[in-house]
Design a protein around this ligand. Structure first.
Ligand SMILES: C[S@@+](CC[C@H](N)C(=O)[O-])C[C@H]1O[C@@H](n2cnc3c(N)ncnc32)[C@H](O)[C@@H]1O
Length: 146
């Protein structure tokens, strides 16, 4: 994957606008998150290892707030349990669209991944053995306080 350099906030802005996980952000997201979350790469590979340990046969693994699906890719490369799949959820259409392209190019792993564009709040959690919210819980913390 070609990692485009994030320069979204490199130049002064005339107007401060709200941050959105839109097309512009999705385009540079791998560079943006690696520079802004210390140890991001280690977290992703560790999640893959933990998923391999805790995923159970005939269950779903959830990647909530999946962005481009880095967690899903790490999990699918490690999980060996039969009849286990991954459900990746994000409410940014731009993220899901690009994530699906990345997923399609990951031809080595066989664990099925379904990418869903939806609010995490609206997704039923069923038959789950692993649920990951990597750098995502802070965006939807209101789920738990309302
Ligand atoms: C910092 S990114 C997560 C990074 C990703 N988990 C990873 O490990 O690469 C946060 C993501 O959560 C998504 N998000 C925020 N609130 C959401 C919600 N209520 N439902 C679904 N996705 C949400 C955003 O669109 C964004 O892609």
């Amino acid at each position: 994957m070609v990692k485009k350099q994030d320069a979204i906030y490199a130049a002064p802005l005339n107007e401060i606008i709200d941050f959105h996980f839109d097309e512009q952000v999705a385009d540079v997201f791998p560079d943006m998150i690696q520079r802004s979350v210390p140890g991001y790469g280690t977290m992703i590979s560790t999640i893959g290892i933990l998923a391999a340990k805790y995923a159970q046969a005939n269950s779903h693994c959830y990647d909530l707030g999946c962005s481009l699906g880095a967690v899903s890719l790490a999990m699918r490369q490690r999980i060996t349990q039969p009849d286990c799949d991954i459900i990746a959820v994000d409410n940014s259409e731009a993220m899901i669209e690009r994530g699906q392209q990345l997923l399609a190019s990951d031809t080595d792993a066989t664990v099925p991944v379904k990418m869903v564009c939806a609010n995490i709040q609206d997704v039923p959690i069923e038959k789950a053995s692993v649920i990951v919210l990597n750098s995502a819980l802070q965006f939807c913390i209101y789920i738990f306080i309302i």
